[in-house]
Design a protein around this ligand. Sequence first.
Ligand code: 5GP
Ligand code: MG
Length: 181
Amino acid sequence: MAGSGAGDARISVLYSAEALSARVHELAREIVARMGPRPLIVPILKGSFVFAADLMRALHDAGAAPDMDFLSLSSYGAGRTSRGEVTILRDTEVPIEGRDVLIIDDILESGRTLAFARDLMAARHARTILTCVLLDKPGKLATQLKADFVGFECPDVFVVGYGMDAAHAFRQLPFVGFVEE
Ligand code: 5GP
Ligand code: MG
């Protein structure tokens, strides 16, 4: 249990701020080794914004100078169960054609969100498209999609913090945790 500052909710820490920082820096080195110094980073909002911000600075530390643009997609609404359809809430603005795109998401669960984003970038003729998720929940894959870069294999719990929410709460937590029922 950790102080969440969010009323009476009890949050158990799954990945501490220190563990997240160490893994994000490792990921950045893996990404630069494979993609070179000028990838176009496309975080899927909102859940990945803290991860993407830390990863962006770790990419700088790893010697890269990435570009960034945002895609805001919705599959969950305000609840905890996926509706199974993905819609664009906010589209990218920079030209995608010919770019080496790295799509960033917080969690890979069914894979529908990442598959949708990947197909969108492919339709716009990205040169290469790789995917990076902070957390992989391997149990629920409804698509064949595997992420190219994974922070952690995540147990099958509903996680919050480090940008991720439960009904709009808990995004501010500096760690990843789960709400104790
Ligand atoms: P997928 O499209 O792969 O089924 O779902 C991935 C998306 O569902 C993630 O980007 C995230 O927004 C949401 N999601 C899946 N599991 C969780 C979870 O445990 N906690 C939170 N906050 N969001 C989740
Ligand atoms: Mg999401």
